[in-house]
Design a binder for this molecule. Structure first.
Ligand SMILES: Nc1nc2c(ncn2[C@@H]2O[C@H](COP(=O)(O)OP(=O)(O)OP(=O)(O)O)[C@@H](O)[C@H]2O)c(=O)[nH]1
Ligand SMILES: [Mg+2]
Length: 362
């Protein structure tokens, strides 16, 4: 799973990135307009995996991971000026969700590029940059299709041309494509374009520590916070980055003092999983206990395929026990004798927390 971190310059993207990843990439009080992106893969904390690790004491414990990419600042009027660079777009089109950092913190040493704090305005600016970028993709494609259709008309081209013309109209009316009504076929037809306005959004309000007490008010005032495929959370990125650099107990004490329940990372991981409709299942053994990430409603053979394509091709059945049943007994044999271990076939839909042993033949 990949999450791209974007926002206006100086909104605190790199500060949040450091808070999430424990890295110490330099944050500056002025935007150098630098292009370089920072990548980090973080482990998804999961207490269940810890418990399984305690039971099996395996050589390896492998958690699920998320990749965060801290991208360059989006300048207001970016499109009018020079548009997104291919490098920037190339990175952003590949992510599974876009995390937009919206500045809400007061800091006289850090000038806001627009001279005032207004997260709603900043969000509008970024979304309109995405709209313009998607429109130019569609316009280029329509040009190419029209050239092709002047030579020879075929049904797929006509169908795509009509669909893209409709989507262009929606974008002109500033409707994000994730709010467009599309059939499954149409979704499929445009999937390859990886439109920015179709991606799930995580809106992070970067607040000050003194806003921690009423962070719900702050987030409630954010437009679009109730929209589908959108998650909103408030994070005091500067504080979280500082806490990240403290040792375990000291960090806990500091958080408690500030009344921060979960770390930024834990909050964001949970919200990303929910937003992207992801679940985790486990494989266990003396050699390794491991968490695997799959979309919700994944059938057993496809889940097996995330481990190895042979598992899917040669799928026979899945031996499944849910974590809750297992942790009570702490033994697979006991689960079997108690009858809570089930044999499931190709139609079985994997559940969050399932412990699975796939039987397959190659
Ligand atoms: N007070 C306060 N300052 C912050 C906070 N987040 C970031 N800053 C400061 O704002 C400045 C910019 O932070 P960065 O994280 O570098 O911002 P950025 O969005 O990555 O900036 P660019 O990469 O240049 O677009 C730094 O001086 C940070 O210390 C915050 O939550 N509170
Ligand atoms: Mg930065």
């Amino acid at each position: 799973m990949k999450i791209g971190i974007v926002g206006l310059p100086q909104s605190g993207k790199t500060t949040l990135y450091n808070a999430l990843t424990g890295q110490q990439v330099s944050t500056t009080a002025y935007s150098g307009g630098k292009e370089d992106a920072h990548h980090a893969v973080i482990k998804v904390p999961d207490e269940r995996l810890e418990q399984l690790n305690n039971v099996f004491a395996p050589q390896k414990k492998v958690p699920a991971t998320i990749e965060y990419i801290d991208l360059a600042g989006i300048h207001p009027d970016q499109q009018k000026k020079q548009g997104f660079s291919d490098h920037f777009l190339g990175q952003l089109r590949l992510v599974d969700a876009i995390l937009i950092v919206l500045r809400s913190f007061e800091n006289p040493n850090v000038a806001h590029p627009l001279g005032s704090l207004d997260p709603n305005r900043d969000l509008d600016i970024i979304l309109s940059e995405f709209i313009i970028s998607d429109m130019s993709i569609i316009e280029n494609r329509l040009d190419r299709l029209e050239r092709q259709m002047r030579v020879k008309k075929n049904d797929p081209d006509i169908k795509e041309h009509t669909l893209l013309q409709g989507l262009l109209k929606e974008l002109e009316e500033e409707i994000l494509l994730r709010n467009a009504t599309l059939t499954v076929d149409e979704e499929h037809l445009i999937r390859g374009y990886q439109f920015l306005t179709q991606k799930p959004l995580i809106l992070v309000l970067n607040i000050d520590e003194n806003q921690l007490t009423d962070d719900t008010t702050v987030s409630k005032n954010l437009k679009g916070s109730q929209e589908k495929n959108t998650a909103v959370l408030t994070i005091a990125a500067q504080i979280e980055m500082e806490i990240q650099q403290l040792e375990g107990e000291e960090a806990e004490l500091f958080r408690k003092d500030l009344g921060i329940k979960d770390s930024a990372m834990e909050k964001l991981v949970r919200i990303s999983y929910d937003l992207l409709g992801l679940i985790s299942f486990f494989t266990v053994g003396e050699d390794e206990v491991r968490a695997w990430t799959v979309p919700d409603n994944t059938k057993a053979p496809l889940a097996a395929g995330t481990i190895h394509s042979d598992f899917e091709k040669g799928f026979i059945r899945a031996e499944v026990v849910h974590y809750d049943d297992f942790i009570e007994r702490k033994s697979l044999a006991k689960c079997k004798s108690d009858g809570v271990m089930r044999l499931e076939g190709r139609d079985y839909t994997v559940k969050d927390g399932d412990i699975i042993t796939f039987r397959f033949a190659v």
